[in-house]
Write a protein that binds this ligand. Sequence first.
Ligand code: 5GP
Ligand code: SF4
Ligand code: MG
Length: 465
Amino acid sequence: CGIFGVIGVSSAANFTALGLHALQHRGQEAGGIVVHDPEQGFNSVRRFGYVRDTFTSQDVMDMLPGTLGIGHVRYSTAGSKGATAIRDVQPFFGEFAMGGAAIAHNGNITNAEALRRELIERGSIFQSSSDSECIIHLMARSLQRNIPERMKDALRRVEGAFSVVAMTRTKLIGVRDPLGVRPLVLGRVGDGWALASETCALDIIGAEFLREVEPGEMVVITEDKVTSHRPFEAKRPRFCIFEHVYFSRPDSILGGQSVYATREAIGRELAKESPVEADLVCPVPDSGTPAAIGYGLESGIPYAMGIIRNQYMGRTFIEPTESIRNMGVRLKLNVNRALIRGKRVILVDDSVVRGTTSRKIKEMILDAGAKEVHFRIASPPTAWPCFYGVDTPQREKLLAATMSEEEMRDHLGVDSLKFISLDGLYRAVGEAKGRDPKAPQYCDACFSGEYPVEPSDQLENGFQL
Ligand code: 5GP
Ligand code: SF4
Ligand code: MG
């Protein structure tokens, strides 16, 4: 998901809509904005669909007056049961002592089910099935005398990955969990301040990127100043390495590094680790593009656009009929036949999850007359589900959970298939010595199976480590 917040600007809702539009790649299902205005109090609008369709009309924006606001773009992750209901769309707002608060969250709370059970037993009335609502109820029950202190109480009971933006009637609050699994950045916009999942959302509103909110840090922002708090016991950070590979936008800056440059470096590492003779290097657009450019530069094999993406097809496209659904990737991707015919092609993609995309693409490429197809993947085999806010299917559905690399190659029916090594990936993100096996510098659980926070709800539901 994507989160955004702003304080001290002329129209918080307009800035938030822009910020969310820049974060749309982090969630396309639904979006929501909550604002506060001294006369009109809290107001919120939550809608299904793209920000550009839902938060552009004058009547919607007129419902959202105020100079302080937060917003969220949603994509539901593993564990969510069925389709999203509008009541599950964030931000959540709750009125309790001291005026109440609104909150939006990116990540996944790994003990949410246990917390919810406990809260319901003690009388809390839940309005949604979302994890994040637990935080509001925990805040409402805290005995602390101001909202930031109540939030600290609440977040100390929460486990998992959480980057949070929240607001009271006068303050904007940002928090990252102790490991800093998900991103959150702070920017200056005119005389105000902004919080966002990624720097690309600061760029769009003309804000200056000041710094990241640090792992385990809470920033409390009023119109005049930012104060920093440390509510948790200090831990060694474990940022999500997959943000570098896939999730973040290539024009964002993560951990002081350009995501684009990191992805290009991943491609270079791949070319060094797994070279192959070929005529063309082609990305699977768009997620494989920077890595394919890196592979091309390192190997000297020409980079070309062998697959063209239809820009009008989003990820949440709802296929209207069975026959169209069966066309699968064809709706989104098409082979550039004239270029591919008779060539030995290296295809670079960010990840193989179920293997459906790769299999279909291989068929299309061979169909177009390619002589050989070689897959190069910008992440190690995804063998474990993510429980920290990135959508992955159950373990049984992950190709790499049940097959060796050679079996996967066979299953996909390609001439060769190579994944970047975990150490190669660490080198590409800037760890010259690779992964420190005793104290890994990042979260890489979906590749290694080493979960930095115990997925306690999942274990209770029968998941086996
Ligand atoms: P597959 O077809 O192997 O199940 O999915 C892999 C493709 O899905 C990749 O090309 C990747 O760009 C795309 N994808 C979309 N959302 C996600 C996600 O949340 N995680 C991963 N690993 N890949 C995703
Ligand atoms: Fe990121 Fe993978 Fe860790 Fe999930 S399990 S937070 S996708 S590195
Ligand atoms: Mg892709």
